[in-house]
Design a protein around this ligand. Structure first.
Ligand code: GRF
Length: 218
């Protein structure tokens, strides 16, 4: 089967992007990263992508009058790259319902919490303030509502007594770097089906610590 062509959208350092690039180096990985696109010109992830030999593009949102014209340019870049799938990896712009619908079930995001808990910004600070004992990350299909959509993979990590935001964030980030490559592989290989609000995965056992919804309910 042909590998799916994937564009990764970033705004910052791009460590999740790097995890996807690294995973896609395996010859049997079902996706290839064909474009890294940033809405911030100096994003650290752009240099990392270039070092990995991945084509990069910058579409600066602040140069556009509104979201719609910004997204028209995004769409043009995605078309030129012939992207089949789009992965948001620390991409800090809200996308309009029109864009999200156009990419329905082909647009994936990672969020550093066990959704639906703690959507939005300052996730780790809010998790610590709430006193939760489990934190984690969620990879999900994107829907118009922020940090919402069918869950493809989750991973949980403990919150430890002496955690501060940075310590918790780095423990969650390590989980993110395992969860995102698995989620993309599952989507790219056609194993993920969306049934109502839920994503289920056929014919796959997740590696230790990574959680999916098996299609057969086991
Ligand atoms: C990650 O924690 C991701 O879950 C969130 O933003 C952060 C991006 O980090 N959406 P990086 O740019 O992938 O290193």
């Amino acid at each position: 089967m042909a590998r799916k062509r994937v564009a990764v959208l970033i705004s910052g350092r791009g460590s999740n992007m790097q995890a996807l690039i690294d995973a896609a180096r395996a010859p049997d990985y079902p996706a290839e990263i064909v474009l890294v696109l940033s809405n911030i010109a100096g994003a650290g992830g752009l240099a990392r992508a270039a070092t990995a030999g991945i084509p990069t593009a910058v579409v600066e949102h602040r140069k556009f009058a509104d979201r719609a014209t910004f997204e028209t340019e995004l769409t043009a870049q995605l078309r030129t790259a012939r992207a089949d799938l789009v992965c948001l990896a620390g991409f800090m712009r809200l996308l309009t319902p029109g864009f999200v619908e156009a990419w329905r079930d082909r647009l994936i995001n990672i969020h550093p919490s066990l959704l639906p808990a703690f959507p939005g910004l300052d996730t780790h600070a809010r998790a610590l303030a709430a006193g939760v004992r489990l934190a984690g990350c969620t990879v999900h299909f994107v829907r118009a509502e922020m940090d919402n959509g069918p869950i493809i993979v989750q991973a949980a990590v403990p919150v430890l007594p002496d955690d501060d935001e940075d310590r918790l964030a780095s423990r969650v980030l390590a989980a993110e770097h395992r969860a995102y490559p698995l989620a993309l592989a599952l989507v790219a290989s056609g194993r993920v089906r969306v049934q109502g609000d839920k994503a289920v995965v056929g014919d796959h056992a997740a590696p230790d610590g990574l959680l999916i919804n098996p299609a057969d309910g086991r």
